[in-house]
Design a protein around this ligand. Structure first.
Ligand code: S3P
Length: 184
């Protein structure tokens, strides 16, 4: 059922995984992190995939992993920051559930990326370009996040708990507006 999926999109460092886990715990739904699933199925960490095979191969794997994940229901899913780059993924994400775009300024993101212990293994060398690179990628990707999202939320100055309750009340309001759907 389409309404029983909450999908988080947004740039690296917007808190998709932290928030995803929190939402899943509140709803008692399973949580999946698309990057983790990808690493498990490839048997390598993301930095290695980028290094050994390049970004296109990584994006192919990302698309392959999203397919079966988006069949799950109920589901809370954290996607990789670049999952919205392909139109096929954008369409699939949009059709699959309530898509929340987590936003933050380039400055905040750059700070968070430097503090995140996963940056070395989960973020390829892409993130060596500093603030300028974050600004450039954000500007390029914003239209794609925009096209994919059902709801956008600024994470600035808000705790994960506040963000989770905001997402849940928005999701509940939208689900309440939908006609009842048959169970599958
Ligand atoms: C990427 C973001 C990462 C990961 C990969 C590429 C990107 O995901 O998928 O390193 O292009 O922005 P997170 O947003 O989960 O860090």
């Amino acid at each position: 059922v389409q309404q029983l999926r909450i999908i988080l999109i947004g740039y690296r460092g917007t808190g998709k995984s932290t928030l995803g886990r929190l939402l899943a715990a509140e709803l008692q739904w399973p949580f999946f992190d698309a990057d983790e699933e990808l690493e498990q199925s490839a048997g390598k960490c993301i930095a290695e995939i980028f290094r050994d095979s390049g970004e296109q191969v990584f994006r192919d794997l990302e698309e392959q992993v999203l397919g079966p994940l988006l069949q799950r229901s109920p589901l809370v899913l954290a996607t990789g920051g670049g999952a919205i780059l392909r139109e096929s993924n954008r369409a699939r994400l949009r059709q699959s559930g309530f898509v929340v775009w987590l936003q933050a300024s380039a400055e905040e993101l750059w700070e968070r990326l430097q503090l995140d212990p996963l940056t070395g293994t989960r973020r390829p060398n892409l993130s060596q370009g500093g603030l300028a690179e974050v600004q450039e990628l954000l500007a390029k990707r914003e239209p794609f996040y925009q096209q994919t999202a059902s709801f956008r939320l600024s994470t600035s100055g808000r705790s994960p708990e506040e963000l989770a309750s905001c997402i849940l009340s928005e999701w509940r309001a939208r689900v309440a507006d939908l006609p009842p759907q048959p169970l599958d």
